[in-house]
Design a protein around this ligand. Sequence first.
Ligand code: NOJ
Length: 550
Amino acid sequence: MSVWWKDVVGYQIYPSTFNDYNKDGHGDIKGITKKLQYLKDLGIGLIWIGPIYKSPKVDNGYDISDFYSIDESYGNLDDVKIMLKKAKELNIKVIFDLVLNHTSSKHEWFIDACNNIDSIYKDYYIFKDPVDNKPPNNWKGFFQESVWTYVEKINKYYLHIFSKEMPDLNWDNKNLRKEMYKVARFWLDLGVDGFRLDAIAHLSKDKTFKDSKLYKDDLVYDTSKFSNRKEIFKYLKEFKKEVLDHYDCVTIGEVGGCATTDEALKYSSYEDGYFNMVFNFDTCWENGAYGSIDKNDDEIKTNVLNMKKLFEKWYENINGKAWMPIYWLNHDHPRVVSQYGNIEYRNKSAKMLGLTLLFMYGTPFIYQGEEIGMSNVNHDSLDKFTDVNAKNIIKEFEDNYNDYEILRFLNRTSRDNARTLMQWSSKQVNYGKIYLNENYKVVNVEDNLIDEDSILNYYKKIISLRNNEFHNEAVYGKFKLVYRNNKDVFAYKKTSDKTIVVISNFRDYIVTFKDYVSDNKIILHNYNDVMISNNKLVLRPFESYLILIK
Ligand code: NOJ
């Protein structure tokens, strides 16, 4: 099997907000097809498209009610075929999101299971009897609620680690597993090049279903009860044998924030893993924004040291044994310019972030809009948040925090930040209810395309260097942090045939660094001139270099 997926730059499309072809206020498949050339021009070789299957969209498509059909709001199967054909012509690989952990509560299996005591689908899900008229245990799920919801008609609770509209599937059931393999084969047969496997670390739960004793509270958030449990690997072995081994496809498992590097290897090692790589989110929250409701804005500051050490840890523990995807964010995170950059230095900081990421190691994934420096929402009221998780956070905090505090927290952290409409033009019309960040008048693709100094044109340069002249260094070169204890600068060397150095100031103030510039060749730089003082390289806010060592 070929390893084309190591050589490409990936791009994540969040379909509802990417491109609205039919002008109904919501992205669609034709809209994606129309922008494939744009992605080709950017240098993209692989796109990951979020779920477009039939769904009530409680969780924007991750709640699937029919795995075999396309949600009307996106188009239909013919649109998908046309998109795949066009992508093939442009040599862009396409992967879909595959959600194996849960369905929508509107899936026919679940409806039958809740309405019919003898349903053959009951065992496709995890139903339990009430205990003393209460839920079976104290587990809290990812969306701030109990993992149990009661169904009166059959007097049972069902388990859902995400929202109550997303009941978890029971992977112990052989027929269910077969059904899910069939789903995967269907899409691979149609021509998709692989999958991003949603929530894959959670396929198995602690089957004793005993209370968590992690800490004392009514509900306990203890992800060990439903993450990375050993039975998963039995299922994945079967999935690989039944499905993946028969296709030249790429698989990227989402293992959330809960997998260690050793666990990641169990999923994806070259030797005996099941996927080609796994997403973890270790490096996404290194500014203290996560869990920051009590913090003031001045307490949110990128911990460059920690961030570098995390990237280093993943490289050192994984390199040579498995492959990794690398990214600043996905649709579950804040925008990276707001997170690690600074919108007052949008152009400089977005360029710096792009360069830092794209030469590091692994297969990079750019999240839609990152290439033009799209930033967080700045909502002025709580009712503007639409994400199911954000709504649950509001409920959870409203008794103990005021609106300002919750708003500040959500504006920093919520998933809505990445889910605003892609900003294509200053004349963009918003035909629906999905939020369009007000800065679209100045932050948009059209203007970026004509401005030589734009973030987009800089991304094109970075990607072109990665795809061509410095391909070996960027993709296969040995990674080593340079001055790893520097608290402000993220600098690293990549060595293959040549040695290159990336130097990036993560601060909005001036810092100094070793002068790599005077004796070597500057390949890329986000300022127009070089500042050296006392034999030191002076780095202005978010200044960043790509240097070729002579
Ligand atoms: C992970 C996805 O990235 C997220 O958006 C979703 O809410 C959960 N899995 C549940 O499917």
